[in-house]
Design a protein around this ligand. Structure first.
Ligand code: HEC
Ligand code: HEC
Ligand code: HEC
Length: 96
């Protein structure tokens, strides 16, 4: 029993619990498809799932333009000494 708990804790800490999550996600919408690497972003958020999963881990009920432009672009904003991600429309929305 103890062993099972230990394994679960280890899986949670290492992100192994996420193995079932589709890494390469594609969000198709009228502005152009957004390609999103979930695994890469787990690391970029230092495994803090709550950065994007504000309420619960799993499908994001409020996912859409307002959510994405707040949460995603919010973290991509360049800040001294920090990594930055795409903030231009074409940086995320691909049309070709
Ligand atoms: C940088 C943002 C971000 C981070 C950090 C993040 N996720 Fe996600 N996650 C998403 C997005 C976006 C979706 C797709 C949401 C949707 O379609 O409703 C998603 C979907 C999921 C799903 C649903 C399964 C699927 O394939 O659709 C699970 C489970 C999940 N994430 C678990 C996690 C866990 C556990 C962590 C922390 C280790 C984590 N996520 C960290 C953005 C993130
Ligand atoms: C914890 C901060 C953070 C959050 C939250 C975040 N990103 Fe990023 N993202 C980054 C960083 C940093 C990079 C640049 C990574 C690199 O250059 O290797 C990046 C890169 C990207 C890229 C460029 C392709 C790639 O994989 O490098 C896309 C597209 C992207 N993010 C989409 C999203 C979307 C969509 C969301 C919201 C669901 C999101 N990001 C949320 C930090 C974040
Ligand atoms: C960090 C990545 C990112 C950047 C930068 C970004 N978007 Fe988005 N945008 C998204 C995501 C993710 C969604 C939600 C996609 C979905 O629901 O399919 C979205 C949704 C949208 C939608 C809604 C599309 C629909 O069919 O409902 C529009 C319109 C849009 N974005 C326009 C823009 C414009 C214009 C810019 C530049 C000023 C921009 N976006 C910059 C990631 C981004």
């Amino acid at each position: 029993m103890k062993w099972i708990v230990m394994t679960a804790v280890f899986a949670a800490l290492t992100g192994v619990a996420c193995a079932g999550v589709n890494d390469q996600m594609e969000f198709r919408n009228k502005k152009g498809t957004v390609f999103f690497s979930h695994k890469k972003h787990e690391k970029l958020a230092y495994m803090d799932c709550g950065v994007c999963h504000e309420n619960e881990v799993g499908a994001i009920r409020t996912f859409g333009k307002a959510y994405a432009h707040r949460v995603c672009i919010g973290c991509h904003q360049p800040e001294a000494g920090k990594m930055e991600g795409p903030i231009t429309c074409e940086g995320c929305h691909q049309t070709s």
